[in-house]
Design a protein around this ligand. Structure first.
Ligand SMILES: Nc1nc2c(c(=O)[nH]1)N[C@H]1C(S)=C(S)[C@@H](COP(=O)(O)O)O[C@H]1N2
Ligand SMILES: [Mo]
Length: 411
């Protein structure tokens, strides 16, 4: 009788790569231990930046309950704060994809091991692994789809990615606590190892374990180099081959920086924004005032150099904005000195990001503007003409374009 190769993935001899073993798995696991922790923290931070201190209009997950325990008033400085935290979140997430896939590949025999559970403890461990693998694939997939396809899950990306993150991270912590000591030992001991991951009938190696790791690292490096440019902005943007390509071409000149949604997409027509028709409606403690663009231009104008940083991970270098301070507009309607929160509404009639709330600390910052100019020129229609919000350190989504109405005070 010839020795037949085992046909079922549940038999150990089915898996024949000589690379599998605890050293290979452990190195990848330790990289993920650090990387995924950073992803989780920067993700929570991004969520806090969107929902500073539980403002109801910005809140995309009203049922989060105690999971919102850590929310706080997002600071307005340094101005590159969100650029950094979100650039890190998205770039690192994309960079870790090869490591995640290699790690899953390295332990795949265990996923098929039979019997499915030898004891209650073993059953619990396998369920936690299911949450870990499923949660990890889910978080990476929803994240990448959101970045690449621009909000593919209308209105539901936030709850999906947010709740998914908590489930995934809980399983991740349990797994890390159980496995980190073994992983550290395996890395020190190096290839001489006894582990159920080692194939009982290995094929001849075509690459060493170190070579395989270098391959994974090379894949990560390539993803990193073709992604990071979108967060660096400026000339580096051209290196961001993997950045989403659906966006409008911003062209050159003072308004020649990345556009999220165009005026046409948002349904903004020249008639909506025409000098004779457009009025900014400002409401506060002492009532309502209506201002034409000419009247706005008679108010004191101030400048601030601020970037736009989107949740998708891309950001622009600092642009030079000029307009009316939000706190001066608050003062016009009876909020002198200590301005309150403001609710901002766009001319745009449909779409997720046509309104946003800014917190009092954001309104009070002298660099927070209702911008009328950028880089010395009038705002282009796509960048929010006749007026847009620009706030230091905030996520792009709070920088409402085509502003029609500002309501100061209780939201
Ligand atoms: N009215 C309105 N304002 C908006 C948006 C929108 O869809 N509608 N998108 C926001 C998002 S998600 C970002 S990242 C910034 C991008 O600004 P930009 O297109 O000028 O770069 O605008 C914000 N302001
Ligand atoms: Mo955005």
């Amino acid at each position: 009788m010839r020795d037949h190769p085992p046909r079922l993935p549940s038999s150990p001899g089915f898996w024949r790569s000589p690379l599998r073993g605890s050293w290979f798995t452990s190195v990848l696991g330790l990289v993920l231990l650090v990387g995924i922790t950073v992803l989780f923290v920067t993700g929570l931070v991004s969520y806090a930046a969107y929902n500073p201190d539980l403002s109801r209009v910005n809140d995309q997950t009203p049922d989060k309950g105690i999971l919102g325990f850590y929310l706080f008033a997002w600071p307005t400085g340094p101005v590159w704060l969100y650029r950094f935290t979100q650039g890190l979140h998205v770039t690192l997430g994309i960079t870790l994809i090869p490591v995640l896939l290699a790690k899953l590949w390295s332990v795949v025999p265990r996923l098929f091991a039979l019997p499915p559970a030898r004891s209650v403890a073993h059953a619990l461990e396998r369920i936690s692994l299911l949450l870990l693998v499923g949660g990890g694939l889910f978080e990476f997939t929803t994240g990448v789809l959101n970045v690449q396809l621009e909000y593919v899950f209308p209105g539901s990306f936030y709850p999906l990615h947010f709740y998914g993150a908590w489930v995934f991270f809980a399983a991740f912590v349990a797994h890390a606590v159980l496995k980190a000591p073994t992983a550290l030992r395996a890395v020190r001991r190096r290839p001489r190892e006894e582990s159920d991951l080692v194939s009982p009938r290995p094929e001849a190696p075509t690459v060493s374990r170190r070579g395989a790791l270098a391959l994974v690292g090379g894949g990560s490096l390539l993803l990193f180099l073709t992604t990071v440019g979108q967060s660096l902005g400026g000339p580096f943007r051209r290196t961001a081959l993997l950045a989403p390509h659906g966006a409008a071409d911003p062209g050159g000149g003072p308004n020649g920086f990345q556009i999220n949604k165009t005026a046409a997409y948002a349904g903004i027509t020249p008639a909506d924004t025409h000098r004779d028709g457009w009025r900014l409606v400002v409401t506060g403690r002492t009532g309502t005032v209506r201002l034409s663009r000419t009247e706005l231009l008679r108010l004191p104008l101030h400048s601030a150099s601020l970037p736009i940083a989107c949740v998708e991970g891309w950001s622009t270098a600092d642009q030079w904005w000029r307009g009316v301070r939000l706190r001066d507009l608050a003062a016009l309607v009876g909020h002198d000195g200590d301005p309150p929160d403001v609710f901002v509404e766009s001319l745009q009639r449909h779409g997720a990001f046509r309104r946003a709330a800014l917190r009092a600390n954001q309104v009070a910052d002298p660099r927070s503007l209702l911008a009328l100019y950028v880089n010395g020129e009038e705002l282009s229609p796509d960048h929010g003409y006749p007026a847009r919000i620009i706030v230091p350190a905030a996520p792009g989504v709070l920088n409402t374009k085509w502003v029609a109405r500002l309501t100061f005070g209780d939201l």
